[in-house]
Design a protein around this ligand. Sequence first.
Ligand code: FAD
Length: 658
Amino acid sequence: MGPHFPPMAQINLSDVREKTLDNLTMNHNTSIASPSKEVRLTQNAALTSLVLLIVLCLAWEWSWAPLKPGGSWLALKALPLVFAVPGLLRRRLYTYRWLSLVVWLYFIEGVVRAYSDTGDQARLATLETTLSVLLFMACAGHVRARFKASLLATETSPSPDTPNTPNTSTSSQAQLTRPQAQQLIDQLKSIVGQEHVLMAPLDLSAYEQDWRKRAQGRALCVVRPALTAEVSQVVRACASFGVSIVPQGGNTGLVVGSIPDESGEQVLLSMQRMKAIRAVHTDNLSIEVEAGCVLAQLQEAALQAGLFFPLSLGSEGSCTIGGNLSTNAGGTQVLRYGNARDLCLGLEVVLANGEVWNGLSGLRKDNTGYDLKNLFIGSEGTLGIITAASLKLFPKPKSTLTAWAALEDLQGCVKLLGLAHEKLGAGLSGFEVMNQYSLGLVQKHFPALQAPFQEFPWCALLELSDNESTEHAQTQLIELLELAMEQGIVKNATVAENLTKAAQLWHIRESITLAQAQEGLNIKHDISLSASSIPAFVAQTERELCDLIPGVRLVNFGHLGDGNLHYNVQSPMQMDSAQFLRDFEQKVNDVVHRNVFALGGSISAEHGIGSLKVDTLPFYKDPQALSLMRRIKESLDPQLTLNPGRVIRMSDPSLDRP
Ligand SMILES: Cc1cc2nc3c(=O)[nH]c(=O)nc-3n(C[C@H](O)[C@H](O)[C@H](O)COP(=O)(O)OP(=O)(O)OC[C@H]3O[C@@H](n4cnc5c(N)ncnc54)[C@H](O)[C@@H]3O)c2cc1C
């Protein structure tokens, strides 16, 4: 038996959104993003011929047969065609089918008039006939293309037992009728303003696709509140209709957690408009910001106040602090400052019933019971909507120095990490490693970024944050590297002579994810182990994967200082990456997760679970922990409307497996 899916929002918007083929096509889209070229081409052809037909009807009426007693009915004839435009734009199969039948009436009328009329009238009738045929062919072609896409989806989608499909399905049965859906949408418009409830397909598309373009969902609408009170009312309105909500910040998450499922029945709550910096408390070394504030802007606000906010990720120009807290993001400074969780002093959260919990006190010590903020941090929008946060700030280090070191093997990287801890103490604020292949990808896709020492199998990037002086930092870092070279651990090294050079080195490291995305679809892992186990894990896993897939390309990089490796697997050069995913994703995941588990590690270090790993989690997490997580979810979100199908299924698929 396959995994059970939880009883989620009890709604059926079949009246509002078409199901059947539409859904099949969208299911396809959950694993292979965006409609096929054929679908888009036939849609464009249908739209063009429809618009031309409408123009023809109106022009004909205007020039030759004004609408008056005795005139033609051509203007009225354009009307039914106009109604079809939104349906074609929204790719509603019903409209395409309906139009492919109705257009025959225009064809027949055109043929009759082409024979009975003369001169220009006859020519226009011929044009009408031609456009009708084109429209019919485009509509029929579109329906056929959608059929093909759905068949492909059925053929290629893994079995329901497959734990690692980006299955965003959250199930939804029965009940919301078209008038109820309209009522909900009207309510949402009255809360946030008409212009902040987005419904047009073009407006929705950026919100409906994940960053890696591996999954595509479909929302009932996107709502963009500007105030906590508005979020609260939106949540209340959705709860009263039993409609589920997917919160979204910058949509840079890597585990398919911030896009709607494919049902077309979920409301996507975008936090983009809630981006204010509410207050900077320099005396308390803290800052209060709204959840939609982009991380880079928060860092900038701290710097302007002469302070420092250490959370730093490759996506910091787009990700939001709400998303960072909801995923408990890590990044490159965890070694010294901790994860997003460690940087948070308090939260303001809208609960599943619309109530607001204000926990923004900003106290550094508060032992008055359970630490509620930590329930919401890392919960990926499944327990509440974070609307604001109080965060720690730090004095800006006097000097920050970056070094790049070349090493022969990963064991050497671990030794260097130990030495750096010993010699730099708390000053060590970053320790990243990158294998040769990952740096090669950066060079291939961003030739302007030249990494030093690319001839070595591994490189390490070290950062020292010093509170004394630049000279002190330089002495410490150079002494460390000299010692490591004397001991034969480091083969070559360079220290960035200024901040620009340092930023360039970090830019190379942060471009690996982007270079990989350019290279094509790949299988990503974000694992954590004790740093000392990582070489054994990499050696064993590499052996198994190379046996399984000769020529496989391994893109390994990550935050070794935190025991966190991004162990990514790219297809052999000559293999199509979509085919590679279909054939090997499950097998590769099994190897990687099994080896991580055997060494006592975690299958998700910093990216979270989302829907990508929701069905894998039960195989690798303690059953008691899963049971507690379910109880927490049930008590905070009894209707199961907050980001359903993410982080935890309400029944355990591992129990259903033979
Ligand atoms: C190039 C690149 C580099 C990256 N590097 C790192 C890295 O080094 N470390 C790391 O940890 N991650 C990294 N990520 C992943 C990603 O940027 C983080 O997970 C980030 O924290 C997501 O923030 P976001 O605002 O984009 O959230 P989204 O992607 O919009 O959402 C992520 C999750 O949080 C939920 N959510 C969002 N906002 C709220 C809210 N206000 N209230 C409740 N739930 C909410 C969503 O429903 C979803 O489940 C990287 C991503 C990219 C593309």
